[in-house]
Design a protein around this ligand. Structure first.
Ligand SMILES: *[C@@H]1O[C@H](CO)[C@@H](O)[C@H](O)[C@H]1NC(C)=O
Ligand SMILES: *[C@@H]1O[C@H](CO)[C@@H](O)[C@H](O)[C@H]1NC(C)=O
Ligand SMILES: *[C@@H]1O[C@H](CO)[C@@H](O)[C@H](O)[C@H]1NC(C)=O
Ligand SMILES: *[C@@H]1O[C@H](CO)[C@@H](O)[C@H](O)[C@H]1NC(C)=O
Ligand SMILES: *[C@@H]1O[C@H](CO)[C@@H](O)[C@H](O)[C@H]1NC(C)=O
Ligand SMILES: *[C@@H]1O[C@H](CO)[C@@H](O)[C@H](O)[C@H]1NC(C)=O
Ligand SMILES: *[C@@H]1O[C@H](CO)[C@@H](O)[C@H](O)[C@H]1NC(C)=O
Length: 354
């Protein structure tokens, strides 16, 4: 009886603790917002809005996530948007999207994920989509923010899906742009390779190699000078004060993408999703080392867009037929028009040829 009573008490306590509107993620840290050095954890890029640090304990060490927290510039709509950057990009790449969202009344939170840009590059860290999603949710908890709209691109899009599976009770909507992981690469035949091998690839990155890669996959071979700045931003991290750990973290994140597919879970995504796809994207992790017959099956974003949107219970699909992996960069006006229309009316607008 005593045991029973103890168990009941525990059950009540547990229910209280995990009630979704009460506690979302547990770790909470502190916010540091005094003046920060421009060269922060290996990145000296100048961000478009002031940075703060979210300092917390994760996996037995102190880490810092750099983030921007931008107040509405228009009439507040009392909603918050959180933006997840992709690999080779940083929070700063969202500058135009931040301006548009704050203009229509959102408070906008833009973190650099652990391992990236101005955040800690840990020597030893068990990277996972779940850990990065948890870190982002615990930042919101520390800031006292409940529901959010999550917007993620590329690796940040894959992370948005994992976040959506973990924290559906506190999401208003999700907008996913050319996510990687719309297919299970290893499941489709890409051989798994070691983190050590990924690390060697990462160390060899140069301005020219990143530019050539982005030229083909992000911009469909139509390079413009204004894209140089984003390559330089990440190359400065590759050759900055934390070069070695950054390259190692990049290698670990490639391993996350290979070993933690989200492609089997789209049917369980509960929040409403706007899926935005540049159809000329051909990104597929493993394309450079998989056999030709496997490569031929990968990275067809026209097909993936339709397959994935059909699996997600509440998904709106908007495709840009002529754009590649980063449709928000070459054509920000069209991208933002789609974003704002869906967020404010729930409708889509015709994109047509861009
Ligand atoms: C990251 O930058 C912050 C601010 O300069 C600093 O306090 C922290 O020690 C840095 N982290 C590492 C691992 O160097
Ligand atoms: C966004 O940032 C890039 C890089 O600093 C800059 O070239 C571009 O003009 C910025 N756009 C806006 C609208 O601020
Ligand atoms: C938060 O999001 C959940 C899930 O979408 C929704 O049920 C709930 O009403 C939202 N809460 C607020 C305060 O908007
Ligand atoms: C981008 O790719 C196109 C088509 O292959 C090529 O003509 C152009 O020179 C490339 N530009 C850069 C900067 O690599
Ligand atoms: C950033 O660091 C890189 C590499 O150390 C350097 O070439 C570049 O000039 C620096 N940029 C700024 C704005 O300090
Ligand atoms: C789908 O999401 C929209 C918000 O974008 C919402 O208005 C609608 O009720 C949802 N439909 C279903 C079937 O849940
Ligand atoms: C991609 O998929 C679409 C739709 O399934 C198909 O029509 C097209 O031929 C495929 N493209 C390639 C290059 O395989």
């Amino acid at each position: 009886m005593q045991l029973f009573r103890t168990l009941s008490a525990l059950a009540v306590l547990t229910l209280t603790i995990i009630h979704p509107s009460v506690v979302l993620a547990q770790t909470q840290g502190k916010i540091i917002d005094h003046k920060l050095p421009n060269d922060l954890n290996g990145s000296n890029f100048t961000y478009p809005f002031p940075l703060k640090l979210y300092q917390f304990t994760s996996q037995r060490q102190q880490v810092e996530m750099a983030f921007m927290d931008v107040a509405p510039s228009g009439k507040p709509n009392h909603k918050t948007a959180m933006l997840f950057h992709g690999n080779f990009f940083c929070g700063a790449t969202w500058n135009e999207t931040i301006r548009v969202l704050t203009h229509i009344g959102y408070r906008v939170i833009v973190p650099d994920h652990i391992g990236y840009c101005k955040s800690t590059k840990p020597e030893r860290y068990q990277f996972s989509l779940s850990q990065l999603a948890f870190n982002a949710r615990s930042l919101l908890d520390t800031l006292g923010i409940g529901n959010v709209t999550i917007i993620g691109h590329s690796f940040g899009g894959m992370l948005t899906f994992r976040y959506g599976l973990m924290f559906p009770e506190s999401i208003d909507a999700m907008i996913v742009i050319n996510a990687i992981g719309l297919e299970d690469y290893v499941g489709k035949g890409v051989p798994w390779i070691t983190i050590d091998t990924n690390y060697a690839t990462s160390l060899a990155s140069t301005f020219e190699s990143v530019q050539a890669y982005e030229n083909t996959t992000y911009y469909v071979g139509q390079w413009e000078d204004r894209y140089d700045v984003w390559v330089q931003m990440v190359i400065d991290v590759f050759y900055g004060s934390q070069r070695d750990t950054f390259c190692w973290n990049q290698a670990q994140i490639t391993d996350v993408v290979l070993t933690q597919p989200i492609a089997h879970d789209f049917g369980h995504v509960r929040p409403p999703v706007l899926l935005i796809i540049g159809e000329k994207d051909t990104t597929a992790i493993g394309k450079t080392w998989a056999p030709a017959d496997v490569v031929a099956k990968l990275g067809n974003f026209t097909a993936l867009a339709h397959d994935v949107s059909a699996q997600i219970p509440n998904c709106t699909l908007v495709t840009f037929p002529e754009l590649g992996h980063a449709p928000h960069i070459p054509n920000p006006d069209m991208f933002q028009a789609v974003l704002v229309e869906w967020l404010t009316t729930g409708k889509t607008i015709s994109v047509g040829k861009t």
